[in-house]
Every structure is written in structure tokens, then in C-alpha cells.
Design a binder for this molecule. Structure first.
Ligand code: C5P
Length: 400
């Protein structure tokens, strides 16, 4: 492969310090880096540090005569194989969404004909603001790729989504842009369940759980990347829809099972949803009122086990059926029991005890439990778990 190069636009946020590590990682992977820094970025890291690490001149001024004579800004915008914006601040994303071009960074982004990858980084409230949601949706529609942001503690002391992806994750996303996945699942159909289910108690209350749906959505993205026809049956979550997947929103376990059955036959079925074990036998049509004489008695019945139903189906059983086992203790032992009890080919087991931070978090440590034995993977981002899992399943499928 010939040497690839990245034009790195460093926006003005505290996460700019991580861009230095990103440059180092890219250089060790043989990827050339030229950087543009916004004025605000220079408040967080110095152009000298960026130039020293990248080994290249750092650009910053749209109206610099010497820069413009050496390399015009239009030429600069086309000089690399990929443009990476890290950190991509709310301001930079807003400019991209609206086509503003009032400095070198935004002008370059408007003038380029190259693929753009952004690594957003901002305060959680800014990330969740309706304006940012709109702008992110717009740039995604325009074909901009995105890595992160992650959940976690922020420099400002708040907690939530908005932390820039780690340099290693950004470097992996950059490499993925350069080496698109082989389309090993072209012509194959993959069915995935994700998220929680909500089982109604009355029109305003339900039984549910904390599943974020992140792992299932990442699996859908990975399946699309391998060329699969991807159907994602999703419980209620607040995640961006994975581009290229056919997403079917559902609320209850019964609806999830019905949709899954309608999607058969398929080649691979992956049940990552955290299905509620019970539902209220007869949900009330009206909001249940407080009577002042104690709590209402809820009569619960068991939900269908979607994984087991499909894994043990007499007809149209998918060629490979994968279950998840979220455990808080004896993870592997319980997963082995589940593999047999549910009749699936593979269980992806993980520790979801509160200390693990898996529930709602961005990384996961999983064990693959099959008839062949147990394989433990290192702590990986949910995205990397998804990619590795889909690669593995594609290999298993081609061996059947
Ligand atoms: O029995 P448990 O809920 O721990 O099993 C987890 C696995 O079974 C997951 O793959 C989950 O998606 C699936 N499951 C299901 N339907 C249920 C309960 C669990 O598909 N009602």
C-alpha cells in the first residue's frame, strides 16, 4: 500500500492535547500528517509541538502570504488522502453543517473533495443541544464519517457523552477509512436485536432496563461494513441510526419476536437486546391511579425467549445464532450453561457488574463461549468488539 497522508484539523478544545498523541500514533503506522490549527486550538497546544511531532509545517492563517504562495488553501485541502478533524468542536461542526468559511480550517473543509472524519469533543450539554444534534445529523448526511464521542468524565467536571474518542480509536477509524473492510458478508443477511424492551404497565408506565443499545448498534454498523443485508430490530434507545441498516423500532418483547420471525430466513442472527424477562399480564388501558390504600398488585407473566425460540426453531433456523450473556458473577460458567439452554452456537459473555462500567459505557471485555471452548478478548471499544465479532462470524459462515 502506498504511503497515506492525513490533513489533521485541530479545533480549539481541551481535547486538543490528545491530538499530539494521535499524530504520534499515525506516524508510527506510517501515515503522514500535516496539521491546520484554529486560532482557538493554539490556546491549548502550541504549533511548535504539532510541527515537531508531525515533522511538517503547521498551517493556521487563511491570509498568510507566504503560506498562500507556498501552498494555496485550495491545494492544501486536496493534498491529503483524508481530512481528520480532532477535536471537532461544536463550532467547527456548526460551520461544516452550514458551509461557513471564515478561517483556514473551515475554508479547507468547504473546499475539499476528500473524505472527512470528525472526532467530536465538547461539553455534554453542548453535545446534547438541539442545534448540535441538527448539525451532526446534517454533516453525517453529507457523508462525513464520525468516531466517538465517548461517555465519561469531562475536563469541566461533568459526566456524559462528549469526550473525544481516544487517540488509538481515532487512529483505528483512520486506518479503516484507508483499508475498507473486505465485503465478506456480501449477499448474506444478518438479523440483530438491540436495546431494551419496554413492557407497558399502563399508558405512561413500563417495565424496562438500562440497556443503551450501543453494542448492538455497533454490530449492525460492522455488519453493514462487511456488505451484509442488515436488519436491526431495536428497542427504545437514543442512538443515531446506523447508516445502511434497515432499522425496525419496537417496544415490547412480543413485538420483537414477531418482527424477528418475519425476517427469517437469515444467515446470522445476533441477539444483543436486553429483553425484559416479564411483562404485565394485562396492561391497564387507563393510567393507574393512586388509591391511598397501598400499591397495585401487578400480575406478571414470562416473556417469550426470542433467542431460544429462534435458535431451536424446527424450520428457518439461521445458520449461526449468537446470544449475549450479561452477568454480574461467574460470567463464564453461566455463559456455558446459557449456550446449552438456549441452543445457540456462540455466547458473547460480559461482566456487567456496576464496577465494570459496561452498561451504557463505550468499552467491553468479552468472552466468546462456544462448543469449542472459551476465548477471552482484551478490553476493547464496543466498536472493536463488533468488528472482531462480525469478522469471526463471517469466517464461521464461510466454513459452514
Ligand atoms: O437469559 P438471559 O436474558 O440472560 O439471556 C440473554 C440472551 O438471551 C441475550 O442474547 C438476549 O438477547 C436473549 N434473550 C432473548 N429473549 C428474552 C431474554 C433474553 O432473546 N426474553
Amino acid at each position: 500500500m502506498d504511503k497515506k497522508s492525513v490533513l489533521l484539523i485541530i479545533g480549539g478544545g481541551i481535547a486538543a492535547f490528545k491530538s499530539l498523541e494521535l499524530i504520534r500514533l499515525l506516524k508510527t503506522r506510517g501515515i503522514g500528517v500535516t496539521a491546520i490549527m484554529t486560532k482557538a486550538a493554539e490556546q491549548f497546544v502550541t504549533p511548535l509541538s504539532v510541527a515537531s511531532l508531525s515533522g511538517n509545517k503547521v498551517y493556521g492563517d487563511l491570509f498568510s502570504l507566504t503560506d498562500e504562495i507556498e501552498m494555496g488553501h485550495i491545494e492544501l485541502s486536496r493534498s491529503a488522502d483524508l481530512i481528520v478533524v480532532a477535536p471537532a468542536t461544536a463550532d467547527l461542526i456548526a460551520k461544516m453543517a452550514n458551509g461557513l468559511a471564515d478561517d483556514l480550517a473551515s475554508t479547507t473543509l468547504l473546499a475539499t473533495d476528500k473524505k472527512v472524519l470528525i472526532a467530536p469533543a465538547m461539553n455534554v450539554r453542548m453535545w446534547q443541544h438541539a442545534a448540535t444534534r441538527r448539525n451532526v445529523a446534517k454533516v453525517t448526511r453529507d457523508g462525513v464519517a464520525m468516531v466517538g464521542p465517548n461517555d465519561g468524565e469531562m475536563a469541566c467536571g461533568e459526566f456524559g457523552p462528549g469526550r473525544m474518542a481516544e487517540p488509538s480509536e481515532i487512529a483505528a477509524a483512520i486506518e479503516a477509512q484507508f483499508a475498507p473492510a473486505a465485503r465478506t458478508l456480501q449477499g448474506r443477511k444478518v438479523l440483530i436485536t438491540a436495546g431494551p424492551t419496554h413492557e407497558p404497565i399502563d399508558p405512561v408506565r413500563y417495565i424496562g432496563n438500562n440497556s443503551s443499545g450501543k453494542q448492538g448498534y455497533a454490530i449492525a454498523e460492522a455488519a453493514v461494513a462487511l456488505g451484509a443485508e442488515t436488519v436491526l430490530v431495536s428497542g427504545p434507545v437514543s442512538l443515531p441510526l446506523p447508516p445502511g441498516a434497515q432499522v425496525m423500532p419496537v417496544e415490547t418483547a412480543q413485538a420483537m419476536l414477531k418482527l424477528c420471525e418475519e425476517e427469517l430466513p437469515c444467515d446470522i442472527a445476533i441477539f444483543a437486546a436486553a429483553v425484559a424477562d416479564w411483562r404485565v399480564a394485562a396492561a391497564s388501558d387507563e393510567k393507574i391511579k393512586k388509591t391511598g390504600s397501598g400499591a397495585p398488585k401487578l400480575d406478571l407473566v414470562e416473556n417469550p425467549d426470542i433467542l431460544k425460540t429462534i435458535a431451536t426453531a424446527k424450520s428457518k433456523r439461521p445458520k449461526i445464532v449468537v446470544g449475549f450473556a450479561a452477568e454480574t458473577e461467574n460470567v463464564i460458567e453461566n455463559a456455558k450453561k446459557k449456550l446449552a439452554a438456549k441452543g445457540c452456537d456462540l455466547i458473547v459473555a460480559n461482566d456487567v457488574s456496576p464496577a465494570s462500567g459496561v452498561m451504557g459505557g463505550d468499552s467491553n471485555t468479552v468472552h466468546l463461549v462456544s462448543a469449542k471452548g472459551v476465548e477471552t478478548w482484551p478490553r476493547l471499544s464496543k466498536r472493536d468488539v463488533a468488528q472482531r465479532l462480525m469478522d469471526r462470524l463471517a469466517a464461521m459462515l464461510s466454513a459452514t
